[in-house]
Design a protein around this ligand. Structure first.
Ligand code: S3P
Length: 431
């Protein structure tokens, strides 16, 4: 097991170009694979999660080329019905997004495939996707009523359903939108609270039979998808470690360039501003995905509350926000975030356990946590529990820690942000 030592206290100063967005890179591969013709994506995220999906698509006959020394990928699509039956199991590593979205695509294919993952992925709930896909007509088998990988799916002959996305899960929504392109009749998805809309943007750009009326999404069987070229914006969920670190440290000043600014993902900026952070946003592109720059200047933050409706737009940023809350003036509360318990690890438990170990005052709640800010942390040894965002959030905690923070189990960082350590050292100025 690898570990990394982060010496505190410090500040972040300088410019950051975050790596490509993970959610969008996954969708880019799938839309590219299902289109007819060549799609070219710049700034593709070459992390373990995305490379797992790339690899399994190749196993089903999709030609994907990465240009050496660049982050551009070209995907030669095989069309909606052109995937080939894989000769081996499809291994998806640690990636819940890859597994859930791919289940939606495979639900439309007339062959059988088996999906596996690492121990973390094999313990994550899949019925949220397999239940509605079965209702649409897919045959799916796996432990506890197809709740856990390994899963075997045989697709084809789907019919549309009406579905309420109560969990506000973009993965579930996306799986059903993919399946809906293969189903007879309409597939209608109601989203009481909006989740990230990258799939919808790809559907529009590819010419799928998709329409949206407020919270209601409707997809119909599509004949063909058109390929296209685009630059994938930088991942705001990766930039979030540096944005939050800078915001909570007096004297920090960071410019994040070419970063995704999709409003379904920028909840963290609203929360940090509410906590008193100085943040300026400049939008440089709107379509297909909003993108631009974020300037963050450090200062003293005060506590805030984050409730259920706000969670989907910042779900992956909650661990690092817990760090900011631990070092803010007054109390903070996160509620309605029980979904954190079924991420790569139970992120409520992992963050509360670790933050307590380094000197924070934080209590676990069933659906979040209650935090009483302290002026500095003491430092100590913490564990990632195999979760990339837990590991990177604790690295950020070192900026306001008297002693060093040793994060054990840092291999997992490569699932989403292989160059995190380099970016961290580049921006860090130790006081
Ligand atoms: C994702 C959706 C979110 C998020 C995950 C990526 C996606 O998960 O936490 O990191 O790309 O659709 P849920 O759909 O489970 O909320």
């Amino acid at each position: 097991m690898t570990s990394l030592t982060f010496k505190g206290p410090g500040q972040f100063l300088g410019a950051l170009v975050p790596p490509g967005d993970k959610s969008i890179s996954h969708r880019a591969l799938l839309f590219g694979a299902l289109s007819e013709g060549l799609s070219v994506y710049e700034n593709f995220l070459e992390s373990e999660d995305c490379l797992c999906l790339l690899n399994v698509l190749r196993m089903m006959g999709v030609e994907i080329e990465k240009q050496p020394g660049s982050t551009t990928v070209s995907v030669r699509g095989v069309g909606l019905g052109g995937l080939k039956p894989p000769s081996k199991e499809l291994y998806l590593g640690n990636s819940g997004t890859a597994m859930r979205l791919l289940l939606g695509v495979l639900a439309g294919q007339h062959f059988e495939a088996s999906l596996t993952g690492d121990p973390s992925l094999s313990s994550r709930p899949m019925r949220r996707v397999t239940d509605p896909l079965k209702q649409m007509g897919a045959q799916i088998k796996g432990k506890e009523n197809a709740n856990f990988a390994p899963l075997t799916i045989r697709g084809g002959n789907l019919r549309g359903i009406d579905f309420n996305n109560r969990l506000a899960s973009a993965q579930v929504k996306s799986a059903l939108l993919f399946a809906g392109m293969f189903a007879e009749g309409e597939t209608k998805i109601l989203e009481p609270v909006a989740s990230r809309d990258h799939t919808e943007r790809f559907l529009r750009a590819s010419g799928a039979k998709f329409k949206q009326d407020g919270p209601l999404l409707v997809i119909e069987k599509s004949d063909r998808l058109s390929p296209f070229q685009t630059k994938i914006p930088g991942d705001i969920s990766s930039a979030a470690f540096f944005i939050t670190g800078a915001a909570m440290t007096e004297g920090s000043n960071v410019l994040v360039k070419d970063v995704g600014l999709n409003p379904t993902r920028t909840g963290i900026l609203q929360v940090l501003k509410r906590m008193g952070a100085e943040i300026e946003v400049t939008v440089t592109q709107e379509i297909p995905e909003p993108m631009g720059e974020i300037r963050v200047k450090g200062g003293r933050l005060h506590g805030t509350e984050i409730a259920r409706e706000e969670i989907p737009a910042l779900v992956d940023e909650l661990p690092v926000l817990m760090v900011a809350m631990s070092l803010a003036e007054d109390e903070s509360l996160i509620s309605g975030a029980e979904e954190l318990r079924v991420k790569e690890t139970d992120r409520i438990r992992s963050m509360v356990h670790n933050l307590k170990r380094v000197g924070a005052s934080i209590e676990e709640l069933p659906d979040g946590c209650l935090v009483k800010g302290v002026s500095e942390l003491q430092g100590g040894v913490v564990q990632s529990f195999g979760d990339h965002r837990t590991a990177m959030s604790l690295a950020v905690a070192s900026l306001r820690s008297r002693g060093e923070i040793v994060v054990e189990g840092t291999d997992c960082i490569a699932t989403s942000y292989p160059v995190f350590e380099q970016h961290f050292s580049h921006l860090l100025k130790v006081r």
